[in-house]
Design a protein around this ligand. Structure first.
Ligand code: HEC
Ligand code: HEC
Ligand code: HEC
Ligand code: HEC
Length: 208
């Protein structure tokens, strides 16, 4: 047999096999579950089941990390002191005054040890509009998860897959998830423990 004939025969056999395997799984119409969800979520018995209605008017930015691609809420528009360069046009030393605090009174850093972390670990005095990586690269404030990922790689991996964090809307496309700083204040990230609500089984008089 000629090479071309062998190729044609092989292709025919392969496509037959593929059809059989799809039929066995009753998924003749779709080649994967993902395909099925994608097609049926556009019109599921006359109802659209995309996540769009839940996202509402949240402005989002795109995230592409490895095989994952999804949306996260935009941050800069939520930060009242942004753009930082409204004040940070001159070097920090010139803004600072010995023994005097002129700005950011509300910010207290309770994150890691003072020896390993201070404001300059994440902010760059000469490019305040962006965050700063450990290698002194600029990270867009909208993508602050990259900053956290440098030191918290386990949570970062879990977050990409959806095991850490929270979906906004549903599991149908488009997938929008909360970003790290939506839940963790970067300056005081620890989530404080809370008492669980308890059912009053002891017939103790509750507060009036
Ligand atoms: C209204 C003016 C103003 C704006 C807007 C502003 N800053 Fe500042 N910032 C200051 C001044 C003044 C200082 C000098 C230090 C002081 O007195 O606390 C300062 C200091 C800092 C410092 C150094 C603090 C230290 O103790 O070393 C950081 C970091 C900083 N700002 C980050 C930011 C970031 C990030 C933004 C934008 C999201 C921003 N600032 C927006 C006025 C401003
Ligand atoms: C672990 C990294 C990290 C450290 C350390 C850090 N920041 Fe930030 N900071 C961030 C991130 C991330 C944001 C953006 C948060 C957001 O999207 O709301 C931010 C936002 C800010 C803002 C604007 C929002 C606001 O809360 O007013 C100011 C001002 C600021 N930082 C100042 C400081 C100062 C001053 C210090 C030191 C005392 C400091 N930061 C230390 C990560 C850090
Ligand atoms: C330079 C490294 C570094 C960066 C960048 C960083 N962290 Fe951390 N983070 C630490 C260290 C160190 C601790 C203290 C760990 C401990 O106490 O077990 C910590 C503690 C935490 C904790 C509390 C952990 C606990 O056990 O409760 C949270 C939550 C957290 N970081 C979230 C973040 C988020 C969100 C960001 C990005 C805005 C971030 N971190 C950026 C190093 C970092
Ligand atoms: C929807 C809210 C939410 C988002 C988004 C989120 N976290 Fe968390 N994170 C939590 C809560 C709640 C805890 C506390 C869990 C506990 O105490 O059991 C936590 C715990 C942590 C801890 C402490 C260690 C642990 O696993 O318990 C770290 C570190 C952390 N988060 C980092 C991150 C980073 C980095 C991101 C972004 C890539 C992120 N988180 C996104 C809610 C969130």
């Amino acid at each position: 047999m000629k090479k071309a004939t062998v190729y044609i025969v092989l292709t025919a056999v392969l496509s037959m096999l593929m059809t059989i395997s799809c039929n066995q799984h009753h998924e003749a119409e779709y080649h994967s579950l993902k395909d099925k969800i994608e097609v049926e979520s556009i019109d599921f018995n006359g109802v659209s089941i995309t996540s769009e209605q839940y996202i509402g008017d949240i402005t989002t930015v795109e995230v592409k990390e490895g095989v994952h691609s999804f949306l996260i809420p935009e941050r800069k528009g939520q930060i009242t002191s942004f753009p930082c360069v409204e004040c940070h046009t001159e070097p920090l030393q010139d803004l600072q005054e010995e023994g005097k605090k002129k700005a950011h009174w509300d910010i207290q850093l309770i994150h890691a040890d003072e020896e390993i972390m201070n404001c300059a670990t994440c902010h760059n005095g000469s490019n305040m509009n962006s965050l700063q990586s450990l290698a002194k690269g600029a990270i867009d404030i909208n993508h602050s998860y990259k900053l956290c990922a440098q030191c918290h790689s386990d949570q970062f991996k879990d977050w990409q897959g959806g095991a850490h964090g929270k979906n906004i809307g549903g599991w149908t496309e488009p997938r929008v998830v909360m970003t790290c700083v939506n839940c963790h204040n970067p300056h005081q990230p620890k989530i404080q423990s809370r008492w669980p609500s308890r059912f009053n089984t002891q017939k103790v008089k509750e507060r009036e």
